[in-house]
Design a protein. Structure first.
Length: 276
């Protein structure tokens, strides 16, 4: 496996100008290194001066198919350099339908486009179903979701419908595959097996086969010693018991209510500090 210095070298020596944040390079290496030297299709949204296209071409190797998506028609000139360039609006679902009808399924989509909530959300929802098994959808510059941006107060963020809140919803979506869980009306959990979060980068890992696997309890064949489970008991002889609950039990010896709920509310109050 190469180290991220290779990618930095390709970046700095690229034929044309490009702009990246330095902390992204170790993330790229972690996510993309397994694809190097393979016959893959890589899509980058946001071409501008074209510098990153050449970086990815050098990084992935001669067998990689590198595709750029850009709004500015001037980017078509890079087709002379061996790249495929599609001109279109990343927040247009119809553009993506036409794109994948022509291109087919891809291995990686890297969104470095317009960075608005709507652009990033529509791009993910439009691209993820057309990413191959074990492929990745990567969105960078997620700091825009927090209002950290030039002009327009960071595209009017923070917002209830920011891209990062969409990502948080995707965590629920993944967990809702668990039997008897509730479901979202709009879901990508038949495609997204897992998600990784980095500084200003989110990566969705695609594995439709594992997503479709029904979760169920399995048991080992070993002897069951039938030891008592102390996890939810509170007794002065049990290490780690909640001292406040023990005091309540001592004061209210005849308490017949739901002690588990009392414990839950106490711990919930204590846990608030971890959410501030």
């Amino acid at each position: 496996m190469s180290d991220n210095k290779d990618l930095l070298n390709y970046f700095s020596q690229s034929k044309y100008y490009s702009l990246k944040y330095k902390n992204y390079f170790p993330v790229y290496e972690k996510l993309f290194s397994k694809f190097r030297g393979k016959k893959i299709t890589f899509v980058e949204i946001g071409v501008l001066s074209g510098g990153s296209l050449f970086m990815w071409k050098d990084y992935f190797g001669k067998d990689a198919r590198i595709i750029g998506v850009e709004l500015n028609p001037e980017a078509k000139k890079f087709e002379k350099e061996g790249f495929e360039i599609y001109i279109g609006n990343q927040s247009d679902e119809n553009f993506w339908k036409g794109f994948f009808d022509k291109v087919g399924e891809v291995d990686i989509v890297l969104d470095d486009g317009g960075h608005t909530n709507f652009q990033q959300i529509v791009t993910c929802c439009s691209c993820i179903p057309s990413i191959k098994e074990n492929g990745i959808m990567v969105v960078e510059d997620v700091f825009h979701s927090y209002g950290l941006s030039y002009g327009a107060k960071g595209f009017f963020n923070p917002s209830k419908y920011s891209f990062i809140n969409f990502c948080k919803k995707s965590i629920d979506d993944i967990n809702f595959r668990f039997p008897e869980s509730k479901k979202f009306r709009f879901s990508l959990n038949e495609y997204i097996y897992s998600a990784e979060f980095f500084e200003s980068i989110v990566a969705f890992k695609i594995n439709k086969n594992l997503c479709s696997s029904k979760n169920e309890v399995i048991y080992s064949k070993g002897e069951n010693l039938e030891h008592k489970d102390f996890a939810h008991l509170h007794n002065q002889n049990i290490p780690g018991s909640n001292k406040f609950v023990l005091k309540i039990k001592k004061i209210l010896k005849s308490f017949r209510g739901n002690l588990k709920y009392v414990v839950f509310k106490i711990n919930e109050h204590i846990s608030k500090k971890y959410f501030k």
